[in-house]
Each structure stands twice: as C-alpha cells, then as structure tokens.
Design a protein around this ligand. Sequence first.
Ligand code: ATP
Ligand code: MG
Length: 398
Amino acid sequence: LRGPFNKAVPIIQKIESHNHKAYFVGGCVRDLLLNRSIGDVDITTSAPPEVIQTIFEKVIPVGIKHGTVVVVHEDIPYEVTTFRTEGVYSDSRHPDTVTFIDDIDKDLERRDFTINALAMDLAGNIIDLFDGKEDLKKGIIRTVGDGNERFKEDPLRIIRALRFSSQLGFEIYSETIQQMKAVQSEIESLAVERITNEFEKLFAGKYVKNGLEYINIIGTYQFLPIFKDNPSLFSKIPKTIQPLASFGEVIALLHLLENNISISEWVKSWKCSNQVKKDAKVLVESYNYYETNGIDEWLVYTLDNRYYEGFSRIVNSIHQENTNHKDLHHMNKQLPIHSRKELAVNGSDIANIFPLLQKGPWLQKMLTDIEKAVVFRELANSKSDIKEWIKCNPPEAN
Ligand code: ATP
Ligand code: MG
C-alpha cells in the first residue's frame, strides 16, 4: 500500500479488532488505481459513530447524525463513515434520513459514480460491485444505478460529474449525459456553496477544457448563478483557459470577460469568501495594468509575489501566452528596492525640503513618483540623488 494508505492502516486494524468491518473507500481507491496523487483517505465501516468515538482518542463529531466522524491519527484527519443508506434530500444539502446498515453493498450503492463506488480492504482486495474498475480503464463517468433517479435525489451529482470530467479527463457516459440534461434545471434548488465548492475543483482540474466543453454541450450554464441571466457569457470563457488554482483567479477571469458584472456581484452570487474577493481584486488590478503596460518592473514591484502564478495563469488563459511566473520572480530579484520602506528617503525627509509647504496629497504623489523612478532605475536609491531629483521635479503648486 502506498504512503497515505499505509498511515491509515492502524485505524482499520483497530476497528477490525473491535469486530467491525472497515475499508478504504471512494476517491482514494479511485486515485490509487489511476496512479494519481491521493488526496484524503476516507474509511467506511460497519461500526456506528458512537463506537468509533469510544475506541479512538481523538474524534471530531462532524456529522454524527449522518454517520460521519473524523478520526485524527498522527495529526492526519480521516473521515470515517458508517455504512448507510440514504433517504430523500429535501433540503438539497443532506439526506433527511440515513439508516445505518451492517453491509457495505448498500453503502456502495448510494455513491454517485461507479468510479467512486470502490472499496478496498487491508489486503488490497477491491470491492467493485458496479464495474467501476472497468470504467476507470475506459475513462468513463457513469452513475451507480439509474441516473434520472440519482440526479433527482441530489442534483449536485450533475455538477460532480462535470467536476470529475475536468479532473480526470474522462468521458461522460452518453446515457448519463442525457440524464444530466433532463434533470439539470434542479441544480437551482441547491445550496450555492455546494455548487461553488465543486466548481472550484472543476476550474482547477487538469482537463478543465474537457469539463467546460461538457457544460457547453449539456447547457448546464443556464442554471448557474449569473450565467443563467447572461446566456452568452459562458461561451466567452476562452478556449485557451488553463487550470486555475484558486477561485479568486476564476472570479478575476470571469469579471475580465464581462466588465459589467462586478467582482462583488460574482462573490455575492457564488457565496465566496472575502479572501476570494481580495484575490480577485488584486489579480484584476494587475491584469489591467498589464493590458496597457505589459510586464514591467512596476508590475512586478507592486504585485505581491504570492500572486505571480495566478497572474500568469490568467494572462496565459486570455492570451494563450507563455508568461512564466519564474520570470516574474527573477525580475523581482533584480529590483533595486522591494518596498517603499527601502527607499533612501521617507515622507518627513521630503517634507523637510519644503518647510513652507503643508503636508498633503502632494507628498504621497511625490513619494510614488520617486518610488517609480527608482524601480525603473531612472534614479539611484541614494539620499543625495533623490534630493537632487526632487529639486528638478518640485511639487506642483496647488
Ligand atoms: P476528491 O479527491 O476530490 O476528494 P472524492 O471522490 O473523494 O474526490 P468527495 O467529495 O470527497 O469526492 O466524496 C467522497 C466520496 O463520497 C465519493 O467518492 C463518493 O463515493 C461519495 N460521495 C460524495 N458526494 C456524493 C454525492 N453527492 N452523492 C453520492 N455519493 C457521494
Ligand atoms: Mg475526498
């Protein structure tokens, strides 16, 4: 067993020692078989949550009612979920009722897609009741059971199908596509956060073009916040889009495609965090500077280097260019200063040169002008050079 699984072995062993069944399940088994890097290792078990709580020391009761707790083992959190069947999802968030059961078969049956309905025991035996392994080999996303019913039960599965097509580059089974089409108007009843959460992964997917192409073909955009009121907007997403690692990048790109829809509107309609809003603002601002000036020292200087990669992805998505964030980091290293604090003069130095002038906006402007001149290497960062420069460029009378 590969690394992340190895670390979880003691959890399964312990559950088994209490005469319950336990398996690795879902995404981690799928990714193991695909040789993809493994995210979270999830465990499914016949033991009820109360039992898990008593046999492990560190347990976080994240969703006892639904049979999910998090077991923390050697500082790594594992979702441990009791075998269950589900009732209807009347709040489009959680099933109204769940019934704990003793058998894994019915638990696998409630899962969304055949490729996600795989379980594995400690010996590495795979339980595959719905030909998930075959679908993994063929690269196909197909529902467990009748898609019409499964999508109606939880319309989020429609978005999840698209998300997996974007992450894995898989084809969606033709019947599944028809069923997604038939049910997709119901995604409007979902809690928006759930949609956003899946879309964040969709836009970050290695095969994002594949996922977006399906959204286009199936017409899912007609039922998404904002897109549904701007039907031509979705087709404006450039065909040259690259995987976008953060949702701030996504919002920035969407706003740049249609300036009439503000960042705030996107953030509100898609229920994003303040961090996403801030990231989007920073990225849009730097992109707009880039549109008129290209990549220059001032852009590299003013943009926090945490954003270099995201900025490059946006530029490359829109212009199909090859802006490399490494070049930005290299340019940053060559800059004569990295912040205003490194300037050889400060505000009071300048104010002292003009004792008769009241402090005011002119001072900020002058500091910025000096900063720019230094960053562009038109002016050396020394007190005497800067004072000389100030004499030649006195503050404008106002
Ligand atoms: P990732 O690697 O992105 O975490 P994942 O397959 O683990 O992918 P999760 O959202 O973490 O996806 O869900 C874990 C598992 O739970 C899935 O593999 C699937 O078996 C099941 N599952 C999750 N959401 C649903 C749903 N809405 N309907 C049915 N089964 C679901
Ligand atoms: Mg997961």
